[in-house]
Design a binder for this molecule. Structure first.
Ligand code: ZN
Length: 276
């Protein structure tokens, strides 16, 4: 949920500031990822006063001591000696779980506003609904909600080995990870897992078990994780998608994603399973 911030709130509250410039995060040099402070300290952003919103916490989410205030600078790139921009992905390596979830929600909201300024049905301008996260067309009343794209992610094991692949995006970083892909329209999650694995590495799997999920704000995925046992087939990496895929012994893993990501946690689960 989102709420417009009042003048009084800005004057008296100390908040956690999440500030986006283009697709990057504006952070104060030498401080943790999320800046905690007062509006008065952000004089270089005061022309955005009317667009500051408060991101209300989810009922069961990570507890935060301060309200979260979000500002979207859009294409503006503020010049201030004490502030710099950093990529959302770089936060993964340094931030805490809570910071990641706050950022993930804030970014998905901002991305939603930026991409839903006009009605998809009649083309008129939309307006922000102020009691829920939605945009509504003032002309035809069509309402839209933030888009969530379901993705499956799966760790495949056999004996004490795990199948990991290097995607084209990680060609240079040498990072190996679990397989993942978007769920297609009309497809069940389980079907998507079997299809992705067959497409990306040409193997058959069995004994699928659900592991857990994680919102992934690049830009609006919801990763649904599975563990699967290898059944048959030799690895054939999919051209144009997978640079390399191999079976790795769990005690000789290559560079893998951090544990904060669901990929990292899935790999950890396979390692623990093999060692238990
Ligand atoms: Zn409309």
């Amino acid at each position: 949920m989102i709420r417009a911030v009042t003048e009084t709130q800005l004057r008296v509250s100390e908040g956690i500031w999440v500030i986006f410039s283009r697709d990057q995060l504006l952070v104060k040099k030498g401080t943790p990822v999320l800046h905690i402070g007062r509006w008065q300290e952000l004089s270089f952003l005061h022309h955005h006063k009317s667009s500051v919103v408060e991101l209300l916490p989810l009922a069961d989410s990570h507890t935060l001591e301060k309200p979260v205030f979000v500002i979207d600078l859009g294409a503006e790139f503020p010049q201030h000696p004490d502030w710099e921009v950093c990529s959302m992905r770089s936060v993964l390596g340094v931030g805490t779980d809570t910071q990641f979830y706050v950022l993930a929600r804030a970014w998905q909201y901002v991305h939603f506003l930026r991409t839903h300024r006009y009605c998809g049905q009649c083309g008129a301008r939309t307006e922000q609904v102020d009691w829920e996260m939605a945009m509504q067309c003032h002309q035809c009343k069509h309402r839209t909600y933030p888009r969530i794209s379901p993705c499956i992610i799966v760790a495949i094991y056999r004996d004490n080995q795990i199948l990991l692949a290097k995607g084209v995006r990680h060609k240079d970083s040498n990072m190996y990870s679990t397989l993942a892909g978007f769920v297609e329209s009309g497809e069940s999650l389980e079907h998507a897992v079997h299809r992705e694995v067959a497409e990306e590495v040409n193997v058959k799997i069995k004994n699928l078990t659900y592991f857990g999920s994680q919102p992934w704000p690049f830009p609006h995925s919801l990763m649904m994780g599975y563990l699967a046992e290898y059944e048959s087939g030799d690895i054939i990496p999919q051209e144009g998608e997978i640079v390399d895929a191999q079976w790795f012994d769990v005690d000789k893993l290559p560079t893998i994603p951090p544990k904060m990501s669901i990929a990292g946690r899935l790999i950890d689960a396979v390692v623990r399973r093999a060692l238990s």
